[in-house]
Design a binder for this molecule. Structure first.
Ligand code: BG6
Length: 481
């Protein structure tokens, strides 16, 4: 398939980081243990019928030693995870939770013991309930000082060993799909509110960048946009403009902002046309100007395809497939801007996600061409319904096929001159999916728990684990089964 596209050969530099990725609320469990208090995600998963409750998740809180050992045995040289803010600051009294710090110190020390480089996300969707109650979450500016305090605490505590930091996971996705990711509190006014919320998130991102450079010796920090490359449906010039509009409104606005540290002319004009006031106050842009990022961390699973959408067309919101039965996804229509449509050239997963390995190469080339900053992959992966087979193993050929082509395309982008530091697919071990709990698994390692039954959390490496082990050992040269 992709190897026939051209004559290039994939390349991976020496000391390339091969890892895996998770996030606190999706993997840890122990949501009210050792002083931790609840996050909005903890509350949300309880409300969603049929989804696993993250009280336990993959129970990594109690299995981290075993899990890090498995990472080391796979040959992994990096691990990307997030810190749960409400484990560090559980309440509004401003007191740091020693046991929360201990958990992450122990995890980091365990990683270092095996020469695994920690890559740490500061915020991955898990808003502490107390922040939400006190400051109205992302809607109130009170969060900025609290975020700054939280960042400074973790930089001081872990910065001697953690040198790669990531600010806010998929800020663009949180803004674009606020209802799905739980930050849109007032659907009727979200069209305008989201830009105010986005500005507050930008200020938090900026405080994190500034504090990291101040407090972490040799520390590097970057944002984590969720990246879905957009292709034009046809060579009709109107489809090309539609693709550019979709790209702007779902990812480029954010990437431009992080790299250039100011709002782009495109978004300023968009706000003007739509009478939107993002509530930028005196001093905000000065802080933002100081927030010089060191790299882009990129999450990429799929591509989208855009087509012209007449201003007279009827709007349609993006309805993601929440069941894992093919055909349930509804593509959005944004009249006068773009509509997304099915791509006839690619296959689709059970969740209607495009299976498109070239998208990751496109993304790396695009981001490098536009911003000339080093990049790391922090998410990329294949979600599937999975069970233990009769032979006691987990055979996941589709995942191997998916990842093989994705890795090949990362190597091709590197061969074309893109500086890529690391590849951390989603996920090292099965974790709760944002919308489908344990019914949509991504891991190299199976975790024996289901949405219905807690079971024993036994770890069972899947076929893909052993395949990835070979890939790492050969530094990306041996991609065969
Ligand atoms: C990313 C998120 O967007 O996609 C992860 O950062 C998430 O938290 C992953 O789990 C996969 O999405 P889903 O909905 O299949 O879990």
């Amino acid at each position: 398939m992709t190897d026939k596209l051209d004559t290039l050969k994939p390349e991976f530099p020496e000391k390339f980081l091969w890892g895996g990725s998770t996030s606190s609320w999706q993997v840890e469990g122990a949501i009210e243990e050792d002083g931790k208090t609840l996050s909005l995600m903890d509350l949300n998963t309880r409300k969603k019928k049929g989804y696993a409750d993250d009280t336990y998740a993959s129970d990594m809180y109690h299995h981290y030693k075993e899990d890090v050992k498995l990472m080391a045995e796979a040959g992994m040289t990096s691990y990307r995870f997030s810190i749960a803010w409400s484990r560090i600051y559980p309440t509004s009294d401003g007191k740091v939770n020693k046991k929360g710090l201990d958990f992450y110190n122990n995890l980091i020390n365990e990683l270092i013991k095996y020469n695994i480089t920690p890559i740490v996300t500061i915020y991955h969707y898990d808003m502490p309930v107390w922040i939400d109650e006190k400051y109205d979450g992302w809607y109130g500016r009170g969060i900025i000082a609290e975020f700054d305090k939280y960042c400074r605490t973790i930089f001081r505590e872990f910065g001697d060993r953690v040198k790669y930091w990531l600010s806010i996971n998929e800020q663009n996705m949180q803004i674009c799909y606020g209802d799905w990711l739980g930050i849109d509190k007032h659907p009727d006014t979200w069209f305008e509110d989201k830009w105010k919320v986005n500005h507050i998130m930008n200020l938090c991102h900026a405080t994190a960048v500034v504090a990291c450079h101040e407090l972490v010796p040799d520390g590097k920090i970057g944002p984590v946009p969720g990246y879905v490359p957009i292709y034009p449906y046809s060579c009709n010039p109107k489809d090309q403009i539609a693709a550019m509009n979709a790209e702007e409104l779902t990812e480029k606005v954010w990437c431009d902002f992080y790299a250039h540290r100011e709002y782009s002319p495109f978004i300023k004009k968009y706000w003007e046309r739509n009478n939107i006031d993002p509530n930028i106050r005196p001093g905000d842009m000065q802080l933002i100007k100081q927030a010089r990022i060191d790299f882009f961390a990129l999450n990429c699973y799929r591509s989208n395809t855009a087509k012209y959408c007449s201003p007279d067309d009827k709007a349609q919101v993006y309805e993601l497939n929440k069941s894992g039965k093919k055909g349930e996804l509804k593509f959005p229509k944004v009249p006068g801007m773009y509509q997304l449509v099915k791509n006839p050239y690619v296959e689709y997963t059970d969740w209607d996600w495009e299976i498109d390995p070239i998208s990751i190469r496109y993304m790396l080339k695009y981001v490098w061409d536009h911003y000339q900053l080093p990049m790391m992959i922090t998410e990329n992966g294949y979600g599937e319904h999975e069970k233990i087979s009769k032979d006691g193993k987990i055979h996941d050929p589709n995942r191997i096929k998916f990842l093989r082509e994705q890795i090949r395309n990362v190597g091709l982008a590197i061969a074309e001159g893109c500086p890529v530091i690391a590849y951390n697919p989603w996920t090292f071990l099965d974790v709760l999916s944002t919308g489908n709990g344990m019914s949509k698994r991504y891991g190299f390692v199976y975790v024996n728990t289901t949405d219905q039954d807690k079971l024993d959390f036994k770890r069972i490496p899947k076929d893909s684990y052993y395949w990835y082990q070979k890939v790492i050992k050969s530094n990306g040269k041996d991609l065969d089964d």
